[in-house]
Design a protein around this ligand. Structure first.
Ligand SMILES: *Cc1c(COP(=O)(O)O)cnc(C)c1O
Length: 432
């Protein structure tokens, strides 16, 4: 469920007109609904009631400090993937003791920073990383808390670029090797075996792959608890959201897939997994990212031109792949709607940005209202893996971001001044 809806002809985020926000702050503009973030978090919390657990928000999905503060205030921990994210989380007021550190490529600097800050656990992806952790912690006279990421070899049936739980990709340690590795790690003086972790992929819309993975890993977790005294099992993130149709459906059918099947929701997810997890007697960590913030954000963009080219119609907008990369990177579907709903002719059109790449396309051959120059479109479900993936390609400044709470709205990232794009650059000493 989310809090973007038409009130009369106008799209609102909670109690605020999207058009008014665009007029005041310009476009491209990310608009986030704090109530939606909170609602998503609370629905998952409610579904997990009775299970000893902690939700560690995967902050790579949306790391704006105002979003992080929202989660810190809700009592969430954080799943981080770099030293930069750890520093950002702390800058937003997060307690490092609630942070787990994932990722295949942790550098010595990042490890030192995380040890110094006192994070809860390193989620380790290789034997070489365990050796490095032992060595760095030894030099600091500390013990590094670790959990090994198990690759359960379960196909998540999601996009190839976001599947992580099979032996075809770079993540985790093969299931069969994990016992051996814990036995080895238990002898290292500067490692503390604290848990075991898995994460099989992102944007999963069925509970089956989660169930398969938990059925496979739960007995291993129990065995590692008996043998090495680990205290937690992390089942990762990956809960998907419904990208289509995100708005027309409204709250009631929010959990239906495009084929009209019932898909993953917190109740189904928790209902299936809790009976498998509860008997373990371990603390259960969850690392959702997209599920918590995906439908809580939209990208507002202005139509610059409508262009007819042969039989094709293009709506050329002022947002581009540098603002929202998902369509170009994953062929991702985002619902696109008019901010002002009124009678318009329907056209089959591509919505494209101004960047000099054919991949700079938000949708292809889609029936859309024929918009006029200067009118506003909203790209829905842009709250996760949206602004965080944005860049300055074509010297385009980073978009502004606004957080809405009821009738209030606050700029939580200023539009980047264009000079800031090249502020760190210099000409070389031999140039005039
Ligand atoms: C990206 C990531 C997540 C979050 O994935 P979502 O699909 O956004 O829920 C969780 N855990 C790890 C280790 C990740 O890399």
């Amino acid at each position: 469920m989310h809090e973007f809806r038409y009130v009369g002809a106008r799209l609102q985020c909670e109690g605020v007109s999207v058009e008014a926000l665009a007029r005041k702050h310009g476009t491209p503009l990310f608009v986030y609904s704090q109530g939606t973030v909170k609602g998503n978090y609370e629905r998952l919390e409610t579904a997990l009631q009775g299970l000893d657990h902690r939700i560690c928000y995967a902050m790579k999905a949306n790391s704006n400090r105002a979003i992080l503060r929202t989660f810190a205030d809700l009592g969430a921990g954080f799943d981080i993937v770099s030293g930069g994210e750890l520093q950002r989380a702390m800058a937003a007021g997060a307690d490092p003791a609630t942070c787990v550190f994932a990722g295949v490529g942790k550098t010595e600097d990042e490890i030192r920073l995380a040890l110094k800050s006192g994070i809860y656990c390193f989620n380790v992806e290789s034997e070489a990383e365990l050796q490095r952790l032992d060595r760095v912690a030894g030099r600091m006279r500390k013990k590094a808390p670790v959990a090994v990421r198990v690759n359960p070899d379960v196909d998540a049936h999601t996009h190839a670029k976001i599947t992580t739980g099979t032996y075809e990709n770079k993540f985790g340690i093969p299931f069969e090797k994990v016992g051996e590795l814990y036995a080895w790690a238990a002898k290292r003086k500067h490692l503390r075996l604290r848990g075991v972790q898995m994460h099989i992929g992102s944007q999963l819309t069925e509970v089956d792959p989660f169930e398969q993975a938990v059925r496979k890993v739960a007995p291993l977790a129990r065995e590692l608890a008996d043998r090495h005294g680990i205290e937690f099992l992390s089942i990762g993130g990956g809960m998907g959201i419904v990208y289509r149709p995100a708005l027309a459906s409204g709250p009631a059918t929010w959990w239906l897939s495009k084929e009209g099947r019932k898909v993953l929701n917190p109740t189904a997810y928790a209902g299936t997994l809790m009976p498998l997890l509860q008997p373990l007697g371990l603390k259960i960590l969850l690392e959702p990212g997209r599920y918590l913030v995906g439908n809580a954000g939209i990208l507002v963009t202005r139509v610059e031109y409508a262009k007819q080219s042969g039989h094709k119609t293009f709506l050329i907008v002022d947002s581009a792949m540098n603002d929202l990369l998902r369509p170009a990177l994953y062929d991702a579907y985002h619902e696109i709607i008019a901010v002002e709903r009124r009678a318009r002719r329907t056209v089959v059109a591509d919505v494209v940005g101004p960047v000099c790449e054919s991949g700079d396309t938000f949708c292809r051959d889609r029936p859309l209202p024929l918009m006029e120059e200067g009118e506003l479109l909203a790209v829905l479900s842009a709250g996760a893996y949206g602004s965080v993936m944005s860049g300055n390609y074509n010297s385009r400044p980073l978009a502004a971001e606004v957080l809405v709470h009821g009738k209030r709205a606050a700029v939580v990232r200023e539009r980047q001044p264009v000079e800031a794009i090249w502020a760190g650059e210099k000409t070389a000493s031999w140039q005039r």
